[in-house]
Ligand binder design. Structure first.
Ligand code: 13P
Ligand code: SF4
Length: 354
C-alpha cells in the first residue's frame, strides 16, 4: 500500500531526532510502510540475536508481535527499553498455550511417570511464561530456522520431547527432517482431560505435540499445492514449516522467512515460485524479483495477511517514534525478573545450539 507522504516525513524526522538512541527491528511480515524504517529486518531467530546488537540504543522499537518484543526484552539489559508500537499485536498461536495449561500438562506427564524423560522444546512463538517453564525444566527455545538442531539437542538430553505450541513445526521437523514416523508423535489437547491421551499413548510417544497452530499458515491446503502445480507447470513450491504436514510433504522447499528470501535470491532467472507464507512478505518478494525474471506467486489467494502483524502500521510507528523523541516512553514491554531469568536460560540454550 502506498504510504502517506506526511506520515513518512514525520517518521523520518522523529527517527532522525532520536538518532542512535533508537534501534528499529522489523520482522519480514511487516508492512512495506513500516519495513522502510527498520534498521534490521529478519526472521524471529535473527531478530532475537540482533536485539542486543546495539547496546547504546536506549529504545528498541520492535515492529513485529508481542512474543518477539518480550524475547528482545529478556535478551537485552535493563537500560534498554523495548517498545511495541501497538500493544494489540499478539499472536494467536502463542495464545494457544497458557502457563496454567502447560503446568497441568506437566502434571499429566508426571502422573504417567514420564516427566523425567521429557525435555520441553518451545517455539519462539510463545509467551515469556512458557519460555520460563521451558527453561525451568531443562528445555530450549527454537525457531523455524533451528528446530531440527534444537530437537537433536533435546534428544541428547532425554528420550521424549514436549513440543510447544505449534504442532505443525514439531511434526514437520520430526517427520520431514529427522525421519521419525507420524506414529512417533501424539497430539496433546489442552482442552481435554489428560490431553485426550491414555497413559499408554504418552509412554509410547517420542514427540508430544501441543495442539496449537498458526491460523494464517493453517489455511494453506494440499489443494492449494495441487492447483498451483496444475496452473503453473514447473513451479517450485516453497512453504513455511508452520503449514500442515500434508502441505509441507507436498512442497519442494520448506523453511523460515529468512530461508525463503535467501532461496529466492539464489534462484535462477526464469524460475517460477509459489510461496506459502504471509502475504506482505510474498508481495514484497514478487515486486523485488519481477525485473530479474523470477515469477513469484502467492500459494493460495484466499489466505490473508497476519492480522496482528498488520496492526503495526505507519500511524502507530509515527506515534511511537514521536513520543520517544519527546521523551515519553510508551508501550514498553517488560517481563518480570523471575520469569525473565528462567526464560533467558531457555533462550540462551537456543543461541548456543551448534
Ligand atoms: P520466522 O521465524 O520464519 O520469521 O517465522 C515467524 C512467524 O511468526 C511465522 O509465522
Ligand atoms: Fe502468529 Fe501466525 Fe501471525 Fe506468525 S503468522 S505471528 S504464527 S499468527
Amino acid at each position: 500500500s502506498p504510504s502517506d507522504p506526511d506520515l513518512v516525513e514525520r517518521a523520518r524526522a522523529a527517527k532522525e531526532k532520536l538518532g542512535d538512541k533508537v534501534f528499529v527491528l522489523g520482522h519480514h511480515y511487516q508492512r512495506d510502510e513500516v519495513i522502510q524504517f527498520a534498521d534490521v529486518t529478519g526472521d524471529s531467530f535473527k531478530l532475537a540475536r540482533d536485539a542486543a546488537a546495539k547496546p547504546e540504543a536506549e529504545y528498541i522499537v520492535f515492529c513485529g508481535v508481542h512474543f518477539m518484543a518480550e524475547s528482545a526484552d529478556i535478551l537485552t539489559g535493563d537500560e534498554q527499553k523495548v517498545v511495541l508500537p501497538d500493544l494489540a499485536a499478539g499472536c494467536s498461536m502463542a495464545d494457544m498455550a497458557t502457563a496454567e495449561q502447560v503446568a497441568e500438562c506437566w502434571d499429566v506427564l508426571t502422573e504417567a511417570g514420564i516427566a523425567e524423560q521429557v525435555v520441553p522444546v518451545s517455539y519462539m512463538n510463545s509467551s515469556a511464561d512458557i519460555k520460563a517453564f521451558t527453561g525451568k525444566h531443562g528445555g530450549t527455545i527454537c525457531t523455524s530456522s533451528n528446530a531440527e538442531r534444537a530437537l537433536n539437542w533435546a534428544f541428547e538430553q532425554g528420550e521424549k520431547v514436549l513440543f510447544l505450541p505449534d504442532q505443525h513445526l514439531g511434526r514437520n521437523t520430526a517427520v520431514r527432517d529427522m525421519g521419525m514416523s507420524l506414529d512417533d508423535c501424539v497430539l496433546y489437547n489442552p482442552h481435554k482431560p489428560n490431553g485426550g491421551l491414555t497413559v499408554e499413548e504418552l509412554r509410547a510417544a517420542k514427540m508430544i505435540l501441543w495442539r496449537g497452530h498458526c491460523s494464517v499458515h493453517g489455511r494453506f491446503s494440499l489443494d492449494s499445492v495441487n492447483d498451483v502445480r496444475e496452473r503453473i507447470p514447473g513451479v517450485n513450491v516453497l512453504v513455511h514449516p508452520e503449514c500442515k504436514h500434508e502441505v509441507v510433504a507436498a512442497a519442494d522447499y520448506v523453511g523460515s522467512t529468512e530461508y525463503i528470501i535467501n532461496t529466492l535470491e539464489a534462484a535462477p532467472a526464469g524460475s517460477k515460485w509459489a510461496i506459502g507464507t504471509e502475504l506482505n512478505l510474498v508481495q514484497r518478494l514478487a515486486n523485488r524479483f519481477a525485473d530479474q525474471g523470477k515469477e513469484i506467486v502467492f500459494l493460495d489467494k484466499t489466505v490473508c495477511f497476519c492480522s496482528t502483524m498488520n496492526r503495526i502500521d505507519l500511524p502507530h510507528l509515527v506515534w511511537t517514534l514521536e513520543s520517544l523523541a519527546e521523551g515519553n516512553l510508551v508501550n514498553q514491554i517488560q517481563v518480570d525478573k523471575e520469569t525473565e531469568s528462567f526464560a533467558k536460560l531457555a533462550l540462551e540454550r537456543m543461541l548456543a545450539l551448534p
